[in-house]
Design a protein around this ligand. Sequence first.
Ligand SMILES: Cc1ncc(COP(=O)(O)O)c(C=O)c1O
Length: 418
Amino acid sequence: MPAIDVPAIRHRFPALAITEGGRPVAYFDGPGGTQVPQTVIDAMTRYLRTMNANHGGHFLTSQRSDALLEHAHEVVADLLCADPDEVKFGANMTTLNFALSRSIGATLGPGDEVVVTWLDHEANVGPWEALARERDVVVRRVDVRTDDCTLDLDALRDAIGPRTRHVAVGWASNAVGTINPVAEIVRLAHDAGATVSVDAVAYAPHVGIDVREVDCDFLLCSAYKFYGPHVGVLYGKRALLDSLPAFKVRPAEDRWETGTQNHEGIAGTAAAVEYLAEVGERFGTPFAEGLSRYGGRRLALKAAMAAIRSTEMELFGRLVDGLESLPGIRMWGILDRARFDERCPTIAFRLADQPPSVTTEALGRLGMFAWDGDYYATGLMERLGLAESGGAVRVGLMHYNTPDEVDRLVDALRDLAR
Ligand SMILES: Cc1ncc(COP(=O)(O)O)c(C=O)c1O
């Protein structure tokens, strides 16, 4: 029995009722972006109808808007186990990471080193490479083990040295699902005197986060990957956010939230986190191991993510069983069931020599939505030797996916594999 009553929560997501050719569509594109519950849509509409205003005015709508923004910082801080003033909203992860790398970059000089990885999304690599070109900073890129798509930790240890000033690492791969041992990586970096930023975009939808526990200096994620609208989130330790050079205009109060924010999106982001807390209250096991240190909304969120994790990974086992039964399939990522706690429910594969775009187009015609290509995990696809030939098909499961959908996908792939 899954921890979550999936049919009950599916009713909350209007887009899950869309049909094509008389059949409900099935979303396997979660790693590219998730659907949103009605409460997120309502929160965004409510913002625009009742409190649409700029920041800091002496009148009703501005006061309501500011109260909403304050609330949103508190709610997202609970998701990450941070303080509200350590949470910064922005356009998306990529834009926030360009701002972060530019600020850290302003403290670096020729010969200073930044460590990135071949497993990461380009949004966690490109901004640091741009810095290297501008400031003569050396970027070291840590390799992946191509057999199971895990980070080569020995290579990471070798890459971190006395000149390392910053390590930018992903918590989970958006392409093949691998979870990196972030707490250990943070320890290695801190021992060398370097700061660490963690790209949690592909991790936050699947597993509970406690930034204090892993002790990362910065963490980035995107609300549209965890049932919210298109808004990015940056967490930073207060001392660093306050001391790094920031790129802001003179009158602005906040050093990181530049310009007027996407207020309605931030309202929707708070509602997405509140939806997750409700999942925790309804389906979570608040007395589960490791949760006794949390209370209130933080406890509900941790319980939600534990329930989501077990529900998704149970379904993922069914998906991998089905995929493994297909003739000629090649899969990338951890396949050993005993190591499934080292991965998220996202998998990349190819049906024999069928171009991945042919597979996803055929699935699309059948109302099953999946991505092909490199999904900006460009370096990984290069290392796997797939970049020149169309990458791979990517299927990701979220807590709203069902066993019926997975069986339908596997049946369709079996036909396509013939
Ligand atoms: C792992 C990972 N990092 C970063 C990004 C970029 O996020 P954004 O679209 O918010 O810039 C993505 C988006 O797919 C991602 O999956």
